[in-house]
Design a protein around this ligand. Structure first.
Ligand code: ADP
Ligand code: ASP
Ligand code: MG
Length: 522
């Protein structure tokens, strides 16, 4: 944890995602969370996303406006926010100016029949800007001295390239003395600001990439050297798989930054991949918490990890993955061939996630969080086809196994490859840091394969007994977890330990049962 100098404000940054800001119950919980922190002498900086569905609707609004037919979509956005304001008993006229700005931006797009990245960013930013107006008004009405600040005035981006600069920008992460002074100087108990948005040197609006509110929170936490960064969301923490897809997934209570980084990077949506590094740099603990049940302990990522050594911690599935397969015979002994290929990706500002190469083929997966701009991808294919044969494959899905020393445990999971037996694996990539192994398969195969892998690698692994409960145990229909065999035979084991210790003990009943299970496993 960061050590504070005398008189330095002890900040705690709390980020609330879309579902966490979309109902009265959630806002009551947000109020209680703030009060708890205040009691502990911590000053909350709330970083809020847009309400559920809003950013997707604003993306649709961009397209509708280009076609000159945006009225319905704009009405839906306004209605969601006016209804939320009504539920929270807030005067909706506080939103009028922002609604007008949205209307004017749409008129401009319709007139020009095109959307620049600059306007794209301004439209999407309204989701968060409007939400924080509502949040501030609610908390003030509840008697808290809450002041809203504009994230664009406080988070400055680094320069990267025109597309990246407006739509998926990044910020510096050093401690920001001036910011700390400015925010401490505001007379308020609580500050509230927008996630997802930042400002550039021309004071224009820029975005931090879809899902980027987590990253906003991490930037603020790093710049303020906060005591902790809390990501409040619609699940109680980081699980061994997406619990909405695999309810048998178990909660991982303690993780280290590397593991969380890997889970986020391979598509575990619960955290944005850019939000871990700023916290790791400043050793700020990252908590993932459940807004519906604030008392739930959740997950913590930090340096001091006590979680058991389950070799594979999480199985992460990511959909809408596109691959570009590049065939050529020129690669053989051709110096600079890969450089030529990647220069094309750079030209069109298309990020690459996974790469696999052989003598005559290079396959890469495109970053699904990049927005999938089909015009740019088409242009890239034309360019690549000038000196190779490039084909687009997809939509596919990636299934990643994340854990420490994956290489060392692969021999224990010989069943793993039989799971893929008759399925086409388009790309297989093992990370050089030995933290993940990723398979790219057809989308329709992904759910079934991920479930099978979860059974083999996690549910059937005896060490998973030490993990917290599964989603199903806590929130689904109750399926009591079988008591581990050694608990029932505790007395006999203690007796044995008196005469022989240390000693390896196997339970013949369990061995037989598991052997039968393996034989029956399809
Ligand atoms: P928010 O709007 O709060 O940012 P997100 O939808 O971005 O929430 O992230 C939370 C979602 O992440 C969960 O609802 C869950 O379905 C998904 N998710 C994917 N992988 C995991 C995982 N390993 N552990 C927990 N949640 C996961
Ligand atoms: N509202 C933005 C999005 O949906 C940012 C976020 O939710 O983190 O992408
Ligand atoms: Mg999110």
């Amino acid at each position: 944890m960061t050590s504070l100098k005398e008189n330095q404000t002890a900040w705690i940054v709390c980020k609330f995602g879309g579902t966490s800001v979309s109902s009265v119950t959630c806002w009551q919980n947000i109020k209680a969370i703030c009060q708890k922190h205040l009691k502990q002498g911590l000053k909350p900086l709330l970083v809020c996303s847009a309400a559920s569905r809003i950013t997707n609707l604003l993306v649709q609004l961009l397209n509708d406006a280009r076609n000159g037919n945006y009225a319905d979509c704009l009405t839906t956005v306004k209605t969601i926010y006016v209804n939320l304001a009504a539920e929270l008993e807030i005067d909706p006229t506080v939103l009028t100016k922002n609604f007008q700005e949205l209307q004017q931006l749409c008129e401009g797009i319709a007139l020009l029949n095109e959307v620049s990245p600059r306007i794209h960013a301004r439209i999407l930013a309204q989701g968060e800007l409007i939400l924080t107006l509502i949040g501030e008004a609610f908390l003030r009405k509840q008697g808290l001295n809450c002041v809203r600040i504009d994230a664009r005035d406080h988070l400055q981006i680094q320069k990267q390239g025109i597309h990246k600069n407006y739509l998926s920008a990044q910020c510096h992460t050093e401690f920001d003395h001036k910011l700390s002074e400015n925010l401490t100087g505001i007379y308020a108990e609580i500050l509230i600001t927008q996630g997802f948005i930042a400002g550039n040197e021309k004071h224009e609006t820029v975005l931090l990439g879809r899902g980027g509110s987590d990253t906003s929170a991490a930037y603020f936490a790093a710049k303020l050297q906060a005591k902790a960064c809390e990501i409040w969301t619609d699940v109680p923490g980081i699980y061994t798989a997406n619990p909405k897809l695999i309810p048998e997934a178990r909660l991982l209570t303690d993780l280290d930054y590397d593991e969380v980084q890997e889970i986020a990077s391979v598509g575990g949506k619960v955290l944005h991949p850019n939000c871990i590094e700023p916290l790791r740099l400043h050793k700020i603990p990252l908590h993932v918490k459940f807004t519906e049940r604030p008392e739930h302990p959740g997950s913590i990522a930090s340096y001091n990890v006590t979680q058991n050594k389950l070799p594979i911690k999480s199985i992460i599935t990511q959909y809408k993955v596109y691959l570009i397969s590049i065939d050529t015979i020129r690669m053989w002994q051709h110096v600079g061939f890969l450089a030529d290929i990647f220069a094309c990706f750079q030209k069109y500002e298309i990020s690459v996630n996974l790469v696999s190469t052989s003598e005559s083929n290079v396959s890469v997966s495109l970053d699904p969080t990049d927005g999938g701009d089909h015009e740019k991808i088409e242009a890239l294919l034309v360019e690549l086809n000038k000196f190779s044969k490039a084909t687009l494959i997809g939509p596919c899905a990636s299934i990643s196994l994340v854990g420490r020393n994956i290489r060392a445990v692969l021999h224990q999971v010989s069943d793993l490859f039989s799971v893929f037996e008759s399925q086409k694996v388009h790309l297989l990539s093992q990370a050089a840091n030995d933290l993940n192994l990723t398979f790219v398969v057809d989308e329709e195969q992904a759910e079934r394969l991920a479930k099978k892998l979860h059974v083999i690698l996690i549910e059937q692994n005896h060490t998973s007994h030490y993990l917290s409960k599964s989603w199903l145990e806590e929130f689904g229909e109750i399926q009591p977890r079988p008591t581990p065999w050694w608990q029932d035979k505790k007395l006999a084991l203690l007796e044995l330990a008196q005469t022989n210790s240390p000693v390896y003990v196997y339970d013949s009943e369990i061995l037989t049962l598991n052997a039968k299970g393996l034989l029956n496993f399809k």
